[in-house]
Write a protein that binds this ligand. Structure first.
Ligand code: SF4
Ligand code: SF4
Length: 279
């Protein structure tokens, strides 16, 4: 079994406890307007082209191994001295990912970290996740799954036994706003969130704060009301919007909306409101 992976990021400190390696799966079934990894959305490999770096030397065309139909061989990336081309996505077997992430096993132990499966939406390929998580657990490595939750419940069931922590993204509580900005309704996402909380699994909720979309007391109050009906998450993190996805969206020929960056004061105010009301 193969899965397209677009990055294996070592020394990650933002994807769960301690020092971790994060494995980014390619392919997602949400289309968040603020996505910071838009190159993760399509399941297939693709070439990122940074127009602002290109000097038009034509070397990439000269060396291209398949001018009619890109086969993502990576030759043009190697020959582009401007770093204007980057292959995004490579097919890995479970063993190949395992061998790669296992190299830092000592670091995970010393840094109370582990391995996080992310994306994209890693749970679109539950069997790949299950096999990898099982192998990691057999080595005593802490495991986390970062998900937006828009998958059948059976996909969670497949990974539950070997997942130590779920990082669960909650974009927005209002179904219509959620659909307008992500392309999908949030009913299944919230149903799965309730089920995973009530299963007793360790869950950290992560909310990207996007001004003019979900940075309101109303949204926080709806999240609070939802959580009051379930077992409590270990943590709720509010993550400020940043515009890192825009240049990557352009590199794959897409436009991306621009939002304001929330102020520190706004983040603290929302955090206080949410945390006070969920105590
Ligand atoms: S090799 Fe790089 S700099 Fe030269 S034309 Fe191709 S993308 Fe542009
Ligand atoms: S990745 Fe390979 S096939 Fe695709 S454009 Fe570059 S050289 Fe050509």
């Amino acid at each position: 079994m193969k899965q397209t992976i677009f990055d294996i990021q070592r020394f990650s400190v933002n994807d769960g406890p301690g020092i971790r390696t994060t494995v980014f799966f390619k392919g997602c079934n949400l289309r968040c307007a603020w996505c910071h990894n838009p190159e993760s959305q399509r399941g297939q490999p693709e070439v990122l082209f940074y127009r602002d770096k290109c000097i038009g030397c034509g070397k990439c065309r000269e060396v291209c191994t398949s001018p009619e139909h890109c086969v993502h061989c990576g030759t043009c990336e190697i020959f582009c001295v401007q770093n204007a081309r980057k292959i995004c996505g490579k097919a890995y077997s479970v063993d190949e990912v395992f061998r790669e992430v296992r190299k830092d096993a000592a670091l995970y132990r010393n840094g109370n970290g582990g391995v996080t499966l992310s994306g994209g939406e890693c749970l679109l390929n539950p069997e790949f996740c299950r096999q990898l998580l099982t192998m990691l657990h057999a080595e005593g490595i802490h495991t986390a799954v970062d998900t937006a939750g828009n998958v059948p419940w059976s996909h969670f069931e497949a990974v539950l036994p070997d997942t130590d922590l779920f990082l669960y993204d909650v974009k927005c509580m209002d179904p219509a706003v959620h659909e307008a900005y992500t392309g999908v309704n949030n009913a299944r996402i919230l149903e799965n969130l309730g089920r995973i909380l009530d299963s007793g699994a360790a869950v950290w909720i992560r909310v990207p704060v996007i001004p003019s979309v979900n940075d309101t007391h109303e949204n926080m109050a709806q999240l609070r009301d939802f959580l009051s009906k379930h077992k409590q998450p270990g943590k709720i993190e509010l993550l400020p919007y940043h515009s890192i996805g825009i240049s990557k969206a352009h590199a794959i020929g897409k436009e991306q909306s621009v939002f304001e960056i929330p102020t520190q004061a706004k983040m603290e105010e929302l955090e206080q409101y949410l945390l006070q009301s969920t105590k």
